[in-house]
Design a protein around this ligand. Structure first.
Ligand code: CU
Length: 154
């Protein structure tokens, strides 16, 4: 009888140890999975930033004087290349309002692919997410449609 009790104690003890091990194992696995997910996200983010223009956001400048049709100043650079779904910021360094609005500059018709809305003098647009489908996306300023640029999505 005593022998049986001892056996039970040993079995109970072993069960407890097993349960504790199982709990700590289960406790470890999700955090490792989480860490891996975080790493993957970070790696993808870094890859995006790199292909979007060498370590950061792609920025297009609207230089001072670009509101003049005869000034010869336009979006700088006039063409930028980003990866699918990359982001672009427009930096208005002019003393007039400007937009970067995708669409047909000849008819000043927006196509809704992207639009900064009005950017005040010495203001920047929010980072705008570009389309994911590869191609050339022409944009213009709705206030000065002679200002024309292109975003190429690779
Ligand atoms: Cu403008």
């Amino acid at each position: 009888m005593l022998r049986e009790y001892k056996m039970n104690c040993i079995v109970m003890g072993a069960t407890m140890i097993f349960v504790l091990l199982a709990i700590s194992f289960v406790g470890i696995v999700p955090s490792e999975t989480l860490a891996q997910t975080t790493n993957t996200t970070t790696a993808a983010g870094a890859a995006n930033a790199t292909s979007a223009g060498g370590g950061g956001e792609t920025t297009v400048v609207m230089p001072l004087g670009s509101s003049s049709a005869t000034g010869g100043k336009g979006y700088e650079p006039p063409t930028v290349t980003v990866s699918a779904g990359g982001t672009v910021i427009w930096d208005n360094q002019d003393n007039a309002l400007h937009t970067a609005t995708s669409g047909n500059p000849d008819t000043a018709t927006p196509d809704g692919k992207f639009d900064t809305g009005l950017i005040g003098a010495n203001q920047q647009s929010k980072p705008l997410t570009m389309p994911t489908e590869p191609g050339d996306y022409v944009y213009f300023c709705t206030l000065h449609p002679f200002l024309v640029g292109t975003v190429t999505v690779q």
